[in-house]
Design a protein around this ligand. Sequence first.
Ligand SMILES: [Zn+2]
Length: 412
Amino acid sequence: MAKIYLIDVTNRDGVQTAKRGLSKLEKTMINLYLNEMGVFQSEFGFPTTRHESYYLKANLELAEMGVLKPIRLEGWLRAIASDVETAFKLVPGIQHLNLSISTSDQMIIGKFQGKKTRDDVIGEMVEAVEAAKAHSAATIGVNAEDASRTSLDYLIKFGLAAKEHGAARLRYCDTLGYDNPFTIYETAKALAENTGMAIEIHCHGDLGMAVANSIAGARGAIDGGQDVYINTTVNGIGERAGNADLVATVLALLKSKGFQEKYQLGNHIDLSKAWKLANFASYAFKIAIPINQPGVGENCFAHASGIHADGVLKDPENYELYDYEELGRGEPELVETGREICAGEYSGISGFSHVMGKMEVPFKNREEANEILELVRYANVEAQKPLVKDELLFIAKYPKIARKLLTLIPLE
Ligand SMILES: [Zn+2]
């Protein structure tokens, strides 16, 4: 039986959110949390974007060290052979790629404006796949942008051409959130049956159906006989109305009526990391979690009305579909209400030693403390907000990697 895997795209589609972004250290923390949670793959950035190079290489180094393992780190780029060359020049260690090109007539006419035909699009994609193969890429996915407005016959032709040249997966991008669960089910099933490729489902929330479409698409691909890779983002963050939310998608896969009986995750997801991950992403992006966000919203386990409160006290299952402990909730959180010493970009050694001492981080000597403090200052310059405990611990534990993450020299 084919299985469902998760590819989180917070560090690619999520950071394309207008008016919001992440520092390279924050992107790294997201990768670490996704790994802890058991997410199969992180689309960790843009290998042709020069300011990402140090970050991408540092994260690949963490993978080699076994710190970012077993999660797979994959880069996103345009399906253009010269971009593939640039990616391998800037990030030679990259192994997993997704190559993206628009496939709908709307985009071919409206975006390429007569410069490319349908055949040209396939031709360019094939050249890019061949370039990636020539660099011995371990896995190649091809992304059909605006796939939901692309004719099915052409999508199949696109997928088969990619497969013939060595691509492993076809990403079906509902770029505008245009699908509904019924249409995406049929399309994903037809794509799986007719291409024989594993299918990626990439959904957006413009019509409020990103999660519903993701699980319907997953079901279609599996009924068509193929593994499926659902694309998610943390807290559903992403362009315009956002992407399919990671936690809500996992909850829908595991908890919705009868779904799990036939359609299962290929590997275990540790939902108990959900609370920590969602709250970190909220802090890092400076986007509050809605009070009613599935699983991690403030009110998900709050009951006020008499009938509900009475019912949930008698048996939580009366009014709750799952337990808060499953999502890593329930631990009291300490909030400082008195004097607070923060580590910032202008911190001195005394305040910094106090902050780290509270976390029981010992330094060998003053030089070592100074070295870590200097890195923390730079991290604050980039993030423009106090670092969280896990970030401080990460810098103290991996100062060499942190130095790379904080290196932002415009390349020649
Ligand atoms: Zn997208």
